[in-house]
Write a protein that binds this ligand. Structure first.
Ligand code: DQA
Length: 168
């Protein structure tokens, strides 16, 4: 019985997925920056929300990374190769400027969802371009921090579907 339990545990661990949540510049200022647009919740609240949502969605790991530096974001995406099964990313301002982030996401070719807290589609013209979108299978905008919860649930569903398909 004990043997069976540990075997089941090992099988679970092997099939459990690891999630990387990446946030770009100024997301560390949540709660302080433009609260009318981004709300009053802090980055620490966001990390807590993501960890809880990932646990509930069955991820074995949820690593949250934030940086104000483009190269650091490229580095963490590259390091995800072979280490994580999916990426949820809010590249913040780099969404609208960074070919490097697009190329990094394409390089690792992990399933990726793009999230924006605000309604980017209703804001300034310069926010209407997203370079990373071409490497993402889904984009979520304007749901506040709840957008991350949806992204994590959707990522879990996507991985269940596609990992199962790989085995068939
Ligand atoms: C953002 C939207 C971007 O245009 C902006 O530069 C951000 C945050 C969002 O989450 O709504 O920093 O990505």
């Amino acid at each position: 019985m004990e043997e069976l339990a540990s075997l089941l545990e090992a099988t679970d661990a092997a099939s459990a997925n690891r999630l990387l949540v990446v946030n770009g510049p100024n997301i560390n200022m949540l709660g302080v920056r433009e609260p009318k647009i981004y709300g009053r919740k802090t980055y620490a609240d966001l990390v807590r929300l993501c960890r809880k949502a990932a646990r509930e969605a069955g991820f074995s790991e949820c690593r949250c990374f934030q940086s104000n530096h483009e190269g650091d974001l490229v580095d963490v995406i590259q390091a995800a190769y072979g280490e994580f099964d999916g990426i949820v990313i809010n590249p913040a301002a780099y969404t609208h400027t960074s070919v490097a982030l697009l190329d990094a996401l394409k390089s690792v070719a992990l399933p990726t969802i793009e999230v924006h807290i605000s309604k980017v589609d209703e804001r300034e013209d310069f926010r209407q371009v997203s370079y990373v979108r071409a490497a993402c299978f889904e984009t979520i905008v304007g749901m506040g921090l709840d957008g991350y919860r949806k992204a994590i649930k959707d990522m879990a569903a996507y991985l269940r579907e596609h990992k199962g398909a790989e085995k068939n």
